[in-house]
Design a protein around this ligand. Structure first.
Ligand SMILES: Cc1cc2nc3c(=O)[nH]c(=O)nc-3n(C[C@H](O)[C@H](O)[C@H](O)COP(=O)(O)OP(=O)(O)OC[C@H]3O[C@@H](n4cnc5c(N)ncnc54)[C@H](O)[C@@H]3O)c2cc1C
Length: 329
C-alpha cells in the first residue's frame, strides 16, 4: 500500500478544490472498488477525497422524472418507492449486483465509475493495456469467459461490470458533473468509452471532474420493465450477459416503443439501438424478438471462451421481452 492522505469534502466545490491539479488524487465513495484496487496496487492515489458527504437525496421531479444524488447508496436507490414503482428495471438491476453489505456502502457515483473485473487488469504480473498502456493484453489468448463480444479492440476485451449502469443506459439517464471548468451534463450512454487503442481512458470525464447527480427522464412505459442477469452463480457473481428492457405495446399487440440495453458484453453499458429500431412497429412476438436480437448481435465476435455469449445474449433478449409480454416461455 502506498502512503496517501485522506480528506472529507463537505460539498462538491470543496471536493473539486481539494483534488484540483492533482492527477494522483481520487474521489472516494463507498470504497468497495477503489480500496480493493489500492490493495492490489493497481490504483496508487496520493490523496483520497471522500465524497460521501455529497447530496444523497432521491427526489421525484415535477415532470415525473427523478434526480438522484451521487452519494445515494445502491441500497437506498433500489429500495426507493418511486424507483420500484416507476423504474422497476433499475431496482432489479441494483439488487442483482454484489451483496447487501456492499450495496449498503456503494454509492451511485462509485458504481458508475467502478472499473472492470478483468482478472488480468487486477494482476500486476499480467500484461494489460488498461493498466499499463502498450503492455499488451493477456486476456485475448487467456481465460476470457467474461470478456467482450461487442465493441472490443485488439488492445482490450474487458467489460464494464456494473448492473445498475445497464438499467441507466436503457432509461436514457443523464449524469450531472462538476469540476475545475464548471458544471456540465452528459448522457450516461456517452460517458463510458469503447476501448479503441486507449483502453486506459475509460470515460469522457475531464481531469478532476466529479459526478454530482444522475437524472432520469420520465418514461411512463418503464412500469413494464425488468432486468435479467445470467451468471455462473445465483448470487455474488458478475454478469455473463444481462438485459434491461422496457416495453410499450399498443392495443393491437404492436411494439410502440422499447428500451433495451445489455450488460457483460462490452467495455461500456451497451444500448441495444439496432434491436430497438428493429422492434418498433413490429408485432410483439417471439419472431420479432429474435429478429431484433439477431440485428443487435450481428457485429458480435467471440474469443476462445466467450463465443457462447453471442447466442446467450440473443436468447436472453428474447426471454426478457417474452416475460414483459406475459409470454414467458
Ligand atoms: C465482491 C464484490 C462483488 C461485486 N459484484 C457486483 C455485481 O455483481 N454487479 C455490480 O454492478 N457491481 C458489483 N460489485 C461492484 C460494486 O457495485 C462497486 O464496487 C460499487 O458500486 C462501487 O461504488 P463505491 O461507492 O464503493 O465506489 P468507490 O470504490 O468508492 O469508487 C469507485 C470509482 O469511482 C470514483 N468515484 C466515486 N464516487 C465518485 C464521484 N461522485 N464522482 C467521481 N468519481 C467518483 C472513485 O474515484 C473510483 O475510481 C461488486 C463488488 C465486490 C467487491
Amino acid at each position: 500500500m502506498n502512503p496517501f492522505t485522506y480528506e472529507r469534502a463537505s460539498d462538491a466545490s470543496a471536493a473539486i478544490e481539494l483534488a484540483k491539479g492533482n492527477a494522483a488524487a481520487r474521489y472516494l465513495g463507498g470504497g468497495t472498488n477503489l480500496v480493493d484496487l489500492m490493495r492490489e496496487t493497481v490504483e496508487r492515489p496520493d490523496m483520497l477525497v471522500d465524497v460521501t458527504g455529497l447530496p444523497r437525496g432521491i427526489e421525484p421531479r415535477a415532470d415525473g422524472g427523478l434526480l438522484i444524488g451521487a452519494a445515494a447508496t445502491n441500497t437506498a436507490l433500489a429500495a426507493d418507492s418511486h424507483v420500484r414503482r416507476h423504474y422497476p428495471l433499475l431496482a432489479r438491476a441494483i439488487l442483482a449486483g454484489a451483496s447487501a453489505q456492499i450495496r449498503n456502502m456503494a454509492t451511485v457515483g462509485g458504481n458508475i465509475l467502478q472499473r472492470t473485473r478483468c482478472r488480468y487488469f487486477y494482476d500486476n504480473a499480467a500484461a494489460c493495456n488498461k493498466r499499463q498502456p502498450g503492455a499488451g493484453c493477456d486476456a485475448r489468448d487467456g481465460f476470457n469467459r467474461y470478456h467482450a463480444i461487442l465493441g472490443a479492440s485488439p488492445a482490450c476485451v474487458a467489460t464494464h461490470p456494473s448492473d445498475m449502469c445497464v438499467a441507466l443506459a436503457a432509461l436514457d439517464a443523464t449524469v450531472h458533473l462538476d469540476g475545475p471548468t464548471g458544471p456540465r451534463s452528459i448522457a450516461l450512454a456517452e460517458l463510458h468509452r469503447l476501448p479503441g487503442d486507449r483502453p486506459d481512458i475509460e470515460t469522457e470525464l475531464k481531469p478532476g471532474e466529479l459526478i454530482t447527480a444522475v437524472e432520469l427522464p420520465p418514461l411512463p412505459f418503464a412500469r413494464r420493465s425488468t432486468y435479467r442477469k445470467v451468471r455462473d452463480r445465483a448470487s455474488y457473481a458478475f454478469a455473463l450477459v444481462s438485459v434491461a428492457a422496457a416495453l410499450d405495446i399498443d392495443d393491437g399487440g404492436v411494439v410502440r416503443n422499447v428500451r433495451l440495453a445489455l450488460g457483460g458484453v462490452a467495455h461500456k453499458p451497451w444500448r441495444a439501438s439496432a434491436a430497438e429500431a428493429a422492434l418498433k412497429g413490429r408485432p410483439a412476438n417471439a419472431e420479432s424478438f429474435r429478429a431484433a436480437a439477431e440485428a443487435e448481435l450481428a457485429a458480435a465476435t467471440g474469443l476462445r471462451d466467450n463465443a457462447f455469449k453471442i447466442e446467450l445474449a440473443k436468447r436472453t433478449i428474447v426471454a426478457v421481452l417474452g416475460e414483459l409480454t406475459g409470454d414467458d416461455a
